[in-house]
Every structure is written in C-alpha cells, then in structure tokens.
Unconditional design. Structure first.
Length: 298
C-alpha cells in the first residue's frame, strides 16, 4: 500500500440531497444515525439498517455532518466517523462532481495484495487510510459494533477499506457494510478473495435498476462486483410505495433492465443518465417507504 499519495482534486458539483428530502429525513423516525440499528445477521439484508446507513451516506455530503470528518483536500476524499452508545459508523462521502468523475473514469489498475484494484479508488483511500484507522482503533471504541457505508465513490471506498483492514489485521469485525450505487472496485481475484474472506456475508450493495454507476468501470476492463447485490427494479422515478428488493438476482432476472439501460446509454450517453445515480434516488427508495412495507425477495 502507498498510503499518503495524492490524486487530483475534483471540482465541486451537486451530489448533495435535495432540501425536500432532507426535510423528510429529519422528520423520519429512522433517519437519525443515532437510532439503534438492528443486530447484524450474516448474509441477511436488513432494510431498516440500510435506511439508517443510506441517511448517513447522505449526511456525509451535507455542510454540517453528524460526525468527525477526516479529509484529504488533495484527493477530495472525506470520511465521516460517528459514535453512539453501541455502534461506530465509518461513512465515506461520494464524489462532488458526478459528471466529471464518470467522464474521466478509466480502467487503470494498481496491484495490491495480489489483486488488481482501480487506481483512482486505491489512491483516494491511500490519502486517508492511516488517519481513519488510527481513529477507529482507539481503545474507547473497543466493543462497539462497526458499520461501513457510502454512496457512489464512497461505497467503493467503504468496500476497499474493509478489504485493506482485513488484509492488515486479519479481522472481519464489521457488523455490516452497506453501499448505495457503488461502482466496481477490483478484478476477479479481488472479488473471489473478498468474498472468501468472510466479508461477503457482511456486504450489501444496494443498486437501483436505472443507476448507471454500478455498471462501471466497464466489464471489458476486467472489473467484477463483490459482496451481496440488493437489486431494486422499481418504477423509473423510484417513487414506489413498496420497496421490493431482490437479493443476488440472476443475470436473467436483470436482463430486461440491462437491455433497457443499454438502449438508454446508446441514445443519451452515460453522462446524461447520472441523475438516476444521485443520492436522492436512494433516499426516495428508503424514506418514502413505510417501515412495514419492506419486502426482500431471496
């Protein structure tokens, strides 16, 4: 690992939650990160925990985040740490300029612990890894449940952080790793080692069917997804009153969406579709759905 390297700074954009959704979150009983999360269950997606961690991922974008921020201005990498009486949350913020990030995204790899890792993600995490780890290993945090989360680039950094922590300390102490609209992080070897390490049982990638970013970097670059996929194929504007998730759906189950979105990309190009990746899409998914209306399809 090359902790401390810099990457070019990204110009600011608008990934922050809309004012209307922020008001909904503030009034929502499950919105606050200090709400008690459910006890973790390996290989079982918990929509209520996902709701809290989605709200936390949105909070990391805001001007007044709930926790301590560890930042690298050079790489535009931001990690939020929040402690409650029972839990410790590490939330990575996504990029501040979705359009430029998606346009500039390439398939360059760095070799790390026998795996090929996306170079931009690797170097972004380099810039904060040591400071974040020193903070979460403080003696006062011992015994707390440890959760990782992030939206977009933040989700990729959360997954990569979990892998680096495992390779450094040989522990899978995470209670849950929940990401939202996360791009692929590494190659087939990374996916296989990540899943075999025990991290897959704790990792849930929430994906909305219209979101282009989970399909990048492109498969032709050799990238593969790790962890469990939680796929939501709701209506296009994501205002469904019932959130029906599929856990690890087959390629056949997702084929209609893949065909539809491939056509949309050809017609409008991938940069034109970034609105479906916005954090608002995932907030609507969780915060316009009542607590008793979640259904998870195996």
């Amino acid at each position: 690992m090359r902790h401390g390297e810099n990457v070019s700074k990204v110009r600011p954009g608008r990934p922050t939650p809309s004012a209307d959704l922020l008001r909904q979150m503030q009034m929502h009983p499950d919105a606050r990160i200090d709400q008690a999360v459910n006890a973790p269950n390996l290989n079982q997606f918990d929509p209520l925990n996902a709701r809290i961690l989605c709200g936390a991922s949105a909070d990391a974008y805001g001007p007044f985040p709930s926790g301590e921020m560890i930042e690298s201005e050079e790489s535009d990498t931001h990690a939020m740490i929040v402690r409650t009486a029972t839990d410790l949350f590490l939330v990575f913020r996504g990029t501040t300029d979705l359009r430029n990030w998606l346009t500039d995204l390439d398939c360059a790899f760095d070799l790390e612990d026998g795996c090929k890792i996306h170079r931009g993600f690797s170097r972004a995490l380099d810039s904060v890894f040591n400071r974040v780890t020193a903070e979460i290993l403080r003696p006062g945090y011992k015994g707390l449940r440890f959760w990782l989360a992030g939206h977009s680039l933040g989700g990729a950094l959360a997954m990569l952080y979990a892998w680096r922590f495992f390779t450094a300390y040989h522990q899978t102490l995470f209670s849950g790793i929940y990401t939202f609209g996360q791009p692929r992080v590494g190659d087939r070897t990374f996916r296989d080692l990540y899943n075999f390490s025990g991290l897959k049982a704790r990792t849930f990638r929430v994906v909305h069917a219209n979101d282009i970013v989970p399909r990048v970097p492109w498969l032709l670059g050799g990238y593969k997804h790790a962890g469990h996929e939680v796929f939501f194929g709701g209506i296009a504007n994501c205002k469904s009153s019932i959130a029906n998730f599929q856990l690890d759906p087959s390629l056949t189950a997702k084929l209609p969406w893949d065909i539809r979105n491939a056509w949309r990309e050809l017609a409008r190009d991938k940069v034109a579709l970034i609105a479906d990746h916005h954090i608002d899409t995932y907030l609507r998914l969780f915060f316009t759905t009542k607590r008793d209306q979640f259904a998870v399809a195996a």
